[in-house]
Design a protein around this ligand. Structure first.
Ligand code: 13P
Ligand code: SF4
Length: 310
């Protein structure tokens, strides 16, 4: 087993003692995913966090995921095993960009915010989206103009899928996905010509052009699980391999990654040791660092996302 049975038992005892539940993103290490009660993509984790009976939510993911759980559950304790694990893209938009678009388009503009964003950025926005619901939500918005922040790549992908909207892009990007090149994919395709290419929409357009399927981490995993194909080139952070192999056990399916094997250094900061420490001490509690009014506006963007995506 990945995690010694003794340690798993100790974690179970700590969870019971503190009325805690462990949520993990598909990008964290296999050991952490193995001890989590629930593992999922960012949309699943946000939705789930609202429906759990436990008083304490331990979120094994980056800061914005813990903040979303806290915004949606202000009366619960939300703990991050590594509060320093941040997503660089979460900061990549300026207030001026939002103000300028609002000044230009007025009421016919929706500011659509990828959940990979700080609470402050959410508070400037109208609705949140994740990679698994962005196309659906943008297509259902009443406004014609959409400012998509912070991710240019997901924004551009959404714009292509919803051509009836005028989507204004912002320059943010994920430092892990943005550096993947089409040549890297073609190299793996040359070695495995039968393999299907499954890519995350945070990749650049020339990489997505190589893809047979584009979707969130959960979407990629589900596609591989349900597909009749035997080989897959996975174009996202390699943390998803643990769940891919778990779901596709005994099928003989094979998964390949670009030679650089993308990792997210931020997600990698969440270790089993830190998880145990946080369960023991209650360290890493998420506090909302903005005014109550801004927090309320930010929460509204998440509530709207959950309503739209319901
Ligand atoms: P998902 O919404 O697919 O889980 O992606 C989150 C993320 O951070 C991708 O880099
Ligand atoms: Fe952020 Fe990219 Fe890491 Fe996802 S993979 S958490 S977008 S840095």
């Amino acid at each position: 087993a990945l995690v010694p049975e003794e340690l798993t038992r100790a974690i179970d005892a700590l969870k019971a003692e503190h009325d805690a539940v462990i949520l993990a993103h598909y990008y964290v290490s296999p050991e952490v995913q193995a001890v989590a009660d629930y593992v999922g993509d960012s949309f699943y984790l946000a939705k789930l966090a609202k429906s759990l009976p436990q008083q304490t939510i331990v979120l094994c993911g980056v800061e914005f995921m813990g903040e979303s759980a806290k915004l949606l559950n202000p009366n619960k304790t939300v703990l991050l095993p590594e509060p320093g694990a941040d997503c660089p893209m979460a900061h990549m938009v300026k207030r001026e960009t939002v103000d300028a678009a609002r000044a230009q388009y007025g009421d016919d503009l929706a500011v659509v915010c990828y959940v990979n964003s700080t609470i402050e950025i959410k508070s400037w926005s109208d609705v949140c989206v994740t990679s698994s619901n962005a196309v659906k939500i943008v297509s259902e918005l009443p406004q014609k103009h959409v400012l998509f922040i912070p991710d240019q790549n997901l924004g551009r992908y959404v714009a292509e899928q919803v051509p009836e909207k005028h989507v204004i892009l912002n320059k943010g990007y994920c430092p892990r996905h943005h550096v993947i090149t089409p040549e890297q994919i073609i190299d793996v395709e040359d070695a495995h010509p039968e393999a299907l290419v499954l890519a995350h929409p945070e990749c650049k357009a020339d990489v997505l052009a190589e893809a047979d399927y584009i979707g969130s981490t959960a979407g990629i995993i589900k596609f591989a699980e349900q597909s009749d194909a035997r080989e897959f080139i996975i174009v996202t952070v390699a943390g998803v391999l643990y769940e891919l192999e778990r779901r596709c056990k005994d099928t003989g399916k094979k998964f390949f990654f670009p030679a650089t094997r993308p990792t997210c250094v931020n997600m990698d900061m969440i270790t089993l040791e830190k998880l145990v420490c946080c369960l023991e001490t209650g360290a890493g509690e998420v506090h909302i660092g903005v005014s109550p009014e801004a927090a309320e506006r930010a929460k509204l963007t998440l509530d709207r996302m959950l309503d739209y995506a319901a």
